[in-house]
Ligand binder design. Sequence first.
Ligand code: DLL
Length: 435
Amino acid sequence: MIEWSTNVESADCLSADKLRKRQDERLRATVQHAVQNVPLYRERFQACGVAPESVSGIEDLPRLPFLFKSDYREQSPYGLFATPLQQVVRLHSSSGTTGMPTVVGYTQNDIDLWTSVMERTLRLCGVTPSDVVQVAFGYGLFTGGLGVHYGAESLGATVIPVSGGQSDRQIQLLRDLNVTTICCTPSYFLHLLERADDLGINLRELPLQTGIFGAEPWSEPMRQRIEDAAGIRAYDIYGLSEIIGPGVASACEEQDGLHVFEDHFFPEIVDPDSGDPLPVGEEGELVLTTLSREAVPAIRYRTGDITALISDPCPCGRTTTRIRRVTHRCDDMLIVRGVNIYPAQIEDVLLSSECVSPHYEIHLTRDRSLDQIQVRVEIDRDDLGNTDQVCDQLAKRLHQVMGIKATITLAESMTLARSEGKARRVFDRRCEEQV
Ligand code: DLL
């Protein structure tokens, strides 16, 4: 059993020495546990010539082998489990947005750890025992619903476990139960805003104060739009099933990056191509090591998420390191006519125009071996001004930012698909059309 216990009040404010001592001890235990119980770790450590006893702490991490998403798939379902199934009390699964979903397991200690980091997450977002928290993340194999649920209960808040979907009911509950905090994907909240409008309910007039959003990339302009439209403060929370679920990192009241719960999950940033560690502040791929997980420990997991570490101390007083908002993944990059483009760049440009809504789709096709990119975006319902002019301006801005020409199509309000969970925004049909 990996020993850990965390005082949720003080864990985010440890001195650097105390934190490092804790991380070193926990890493040593994690390495022993993983190498002893998981054949894949044993093989990888042997192949790199690293004896587990030689690992004394965090400074040894760069010597250790990486773990990849493909390892979870190849070892599926239980190959990466370090504890017998008798000790595993729960299974969850990743959402499979980038391929086959992966199965992850939790011992009772892992569930307690998850509850504790989720309680810390909610505290960072300003939630208190007096809050009424509507959990509109999906419950089930997806980690969002149950993760937030346990954390909110442990904090002593009043939890409404509604799960995702049934949007009209969500809005009724927000109104009738005096909900103060809602948790869901940002794209689902955008949808709830529209439904509320259709039902003649102004969210700004309800007691709702806080939105806790995550599980998919969303931009700073999107956060501002949500805050203005709903009259709430919107917080970004980050996590992934392979590590624990939500509860890896969270924004605080300063809204400048996300604090990582680094006494349990150690972050490194590496060059996505070479895997070499990058200095603090430089953008690269986030690599996470679990320091206290039992059932499925992860050593140097390549998350595929792109971010950077923030070195300056946060004015909120918490001492944990921060990461920048994750706006894209390594595998999100679209190569269009030889130019690298991230959907997040397109979102930034679209949201800089007041005339369009935050609902958009990016369609890639190929016409006689030439890539075509079409961006469909909905017009804001109150703004049906000069649409040609809007299209022209957006196309020019996109050309400046991306260096290639995109066709902009304005779609009528409410015509693009809405999601109850993670939004799908990119439709790449280039290969289909080539065959
Ligand atoms: O999405 C866990 C979660 C649930 C996080 C609820 C936050 C809130 P997965 O389904 O395994 O787990 O997907 C993990 O989603 O590697 C990122 O690419 C993306 N992701 C999660 N949170 C954020 C965020 C959950 N705040 C994958 N910003 C991760 C950007 C995010 N991307």
